[in-house]
Design a protein around this ligand. Structure first.
Ligand code: MEV
Length: 312
């Protein structure tokens, strides 16, 4: 009995999506895999890869987020005794790095608990919207004002355009592509970066134009990916990095990783997620990701290569 949640890499549109613009986003497939273990008096989870061991209701953010997830599951109808279990988690993506680890974990946990209890409403076809709403409860604890993009991709997988209020629209890339994701180091909480961008936009028309452009690039990027124009999509990602740096969301380590990826042959590269640290994402034609990954492995503590493809 296991539950899967996908990580995510935003190709275009982070921060703009919080204000209602679209974001072009790809899943990092099976970022988190949750296995049910022995019974426990209250829900307990262990994530060795993230040095995380937390019980439902423990003090601190992870315990509070877990409590919010459990409350939302019981509210949905999951029997409370289904939460009396220990779950172990294999994480294939880094945590607190801008790649949607908290949403991937929440989705994996919810699916594993639903499987174990044979709770059909969260397992059947068409359960996605319900699962997204449940996961939103724990995401609100972690991120405050969130667009919902992480939860949507963690549930759906694949690649597509996400827009608040419209949800996730999957797309089929015109040609297959690869993503190389590299972690440069810790980042501040997403809620701080979101607030920073908001303040900047309140204070300056130039910032408002930059945010608008980030959303426009995401909308254009969807067409480029659909048409298979990876070169132009890479250029759009490079332009987005320029605007994100304007908001001071890039760092010397992110800048260096972006430059290394481009020098090694990536078609485009940028920070991904809230920024201020965390990960970059580089776009490569399939079969040409290896030199990019090798160059990033020399400078980054974690590097992963992922397909950018429609949901299987
Ligand atoms: C975080 O991965 C992406 C942001 O746009 C926040 C959000 O969409 O909730 C910065």
């Amino acid at each position: 009995m296991s539950g899967v949640g996908h990580g995510k890499a935003i190709l275009l549109g982070e921060h703009a999506v919080v204000e209602g613009a679209p974001a072009l986003v790809s899943a990092l497939p099976e970022g988190v895999i949750v296995e049910a273990g022995p019974g426990a008096p209250r829900l307990e989870i262990e994530v060795p890869g993230w040095s995380m061991h937390v019980r439902n209701g423990d003090p601190g953010l992870p315990g509070e987020a877990l409590a919010a997830l459990c409350a939302a599951l019981v509210e949905d109808g999951l029997p409370p005794e289904a939460l009396e279990v220990k779950l172990s988690v294999e994480a294939r993506i880094p945590d607190r790095a801008g790649v949607g680890s908290s949403a991937a974990l929440a989705v994996g946990l919810a699916r594993a608990l639903a499987e174990r209890a044979e709770y059909a409403p969260l397992l059947e076809e068409g359960a996605d919207a319900r699962l997204e709403a449940i996961v939103a409860a724990s995401e609100a604890v972690f991120h405050g004002r969130a667009s919902g993009v992480d939860a949507a991709v963690a549930v759906h997988g694949g690649v597509g355009l996400f827009q608040p209020g419209r949800g996730f629209s999957p797309l089929t890339p015109g040609v297959p592509a690869s993503l190389v994701v590299a972690h440069t180091g810790p980042k501040p909480p997403t809620r701080e970066a979101v607030e920073h961008v908001r303040q900047r936009c309140r204070a300056s028309a130039e910032a408002r134009r930059a945010l608008q452009r980030l959303g426009d690039l995401a909308e254009a990027g969807e067409e480029l990916l659909r048409a298979g124009d990876l070169r132009a999509l890479g250029e759009a990602m490079d332009e987005a990095q320029h605007h994100l740096a304007f908001f001071d969301l890039s760092t010397p380590d992110l800048d260096a990783a972006v430059a290394a990826a481009r020098a090694a042959g990536a078609l485009g590269a940028k920070l991904t997620g809230a920024g201020g640290g965390g990960c970059i994402v580089a776009l490569c034609p399939v079969g040409e990701e290896r030199p990019v990954a090798e160059s990033l492995e020399r400078r980054c503590p974690w590097v992963g290569s992922f397909p950018c493809e429609e949901k299987r």
